[in-house]
Design a protein around this ligand. Sequence first.
Ligand SMILES: [Zn+2]
Ligand SMILES: [Zn+2]
Length: 112
Amino acid sequence: MKNKPYRIHHKRPPQKTGDYQSIEEALKKLKKTEPPWSDYRERSLKIHGLICAKCGREFDEKTRHLLTVHHKDGNHLNNPPDGSNWENLCVYCHDDEHSRELLGKYLIEGKE
Ligand SMILES: [Zn+2]
Ligand SMILES: [Zn+2]
């Protein structure tokens, strides 16, 4: 009887460099195609203008980063295209708006 040489077959999956490329491509595409709500800030600024809805402070191209979009109902996923859930608030008023919400909740929850 002959001993058959015992061979271990390392079956390596064929290395496809193409796969890596397609992943990179997919990532690039992901970066390009942002979710539809990601540009709501720009849309809100266009609809409501570069002005704070609360204090009336006006902004221009240089200071527009200080203007933020507040969601009236607090739901950041609720972005109707007509801008009815958005309010342009400067960072100070926006902060104020949310600290009041928190304070309000705290006061309500504090009551027994
Ligand atoms: Zn303001
Ligand atoms: Zn807000």
